[in-house]
Design a protein around this ligand. Structure first.
Ligand code: 13P
Length: 268
């Protein structure tokens, strides 16, 4: 085993919060390709690149075990993430994977309520809330995705949509627990479209989310929650989005499938 290097992750001096940059691979790469991509990313990063943000990698479920073994055996400074889970611990739910199963793989972050799951697989706010709870019960951190469609944005409904999605997802949780979650603001019109939100859009989304959390749980809790931006992030746009007020990290789709592009985003 390689000796573990001590790489210190520093919080953002402006906010005291630790940044998180996550790669959501969606349904891409078989487990052999997944191993290659993680190795390529690892060899492309220098020690200093780990000081700015924690990096989580969210491969498809078939790659979780091989990537877990790779990260642990080579002591890579990547956190393992999943893209989804089911809320029941076990049972007759053909095709599903439980939060318990993920936590046994040392998964740290689980994406929940991604717009593709809401739209394509019909996930409701209620299901998202149950999954969020199940993830937290296994001592993992949910990355709760919220975001408005282009139509909702044009109709001036962005505030309502974001507030509702946040409120319902955390409905049954204690303030202490809510403070530990990550929320990803992913405007749906910016996902996979090449239309990237401006840093001002990212800030205003993050602000709305934090205001709603403050209203529900108080300002202290809202200030501890980390908020990512996601939607067509590239190495070119990453820096300004990361520096946007209220933004604590990025949830990257397409660009995280390219080791070179993702490492440039991490260095941004
Ligand atoms: P893209 O970066 O490909 O637009 O995807 C964003 C996303 O959905 C991350 O979860």
């Amino acid at each position: 085993m390689a000796a573990k290097k001590v790489l210190e992750l520093k919080p953002n001096p402006r906010t005291g919060r630790y940044r998180l940059i996550s790669g959501n691979w969606k349904m891409n790469l078989n487990h052999l390709e997944a191993i290659q991509l993680v190795q390529k990313l690892y060899f492309g990063l220098r020690d200093v690149d780990y000081g700015f943000a924690e990096i989580s990698i969210h491969p498809p479920a078939t790659s979780l075990r091989p990537i877990q073994l790779l990260i642990e055996s080579d002591r890579m400074h990547f956190s393992l993430g999943a893209q989804n889970c089911y809320f029941a611990p076990s049972g007759a739910y053909t095709g599903e994977v439980s939060a318990q199963m993920l936590s046994k793989l040392n998964v740290k972050y689980v994406i929940v309520g991604h717009s593709e799951r809401r739209r394509i697989f019909g996930e409701t706010d209620e299901v998202v809330a149950l999954k969020t709870k199940a993830i937290l019960a296994e001592q993992m951190t949910p990355i709760l995705c919220v975001g408005e469609t282009a139509e909702e944005r044009e109709a001036g409904e962005t505030d309502d949509v974001l507030m509702r999605q946040v409120r319902l997802a955390v409905a049954d949780l204690s303030a202490e627990v809510v403070a530990t979650i990550v929320v990803a603001y992913e405007p749906i019109w910016a996902i996979g479209t090449g239309l990237v939100a401006t840093p001002e859009d990212a800030t205003s989304g993050a602000q709305l989310i934090r205001e709603e959390l403050a209203r529900l749980y108080g300002g202290d809790v809202a200030e501890r929650v980390r908020i990512q931006y996601g939607g067509s992030v590239t190495p070119v746009t990453a820096h300004d989005l990361l520096e946007a007020d209220g933004v604590d990290g990025l949830l990257v789709g397409g660009a995280s499938l390219d080791a070179e592009a993702f490492s440039r985003i991490i260095r941004a």
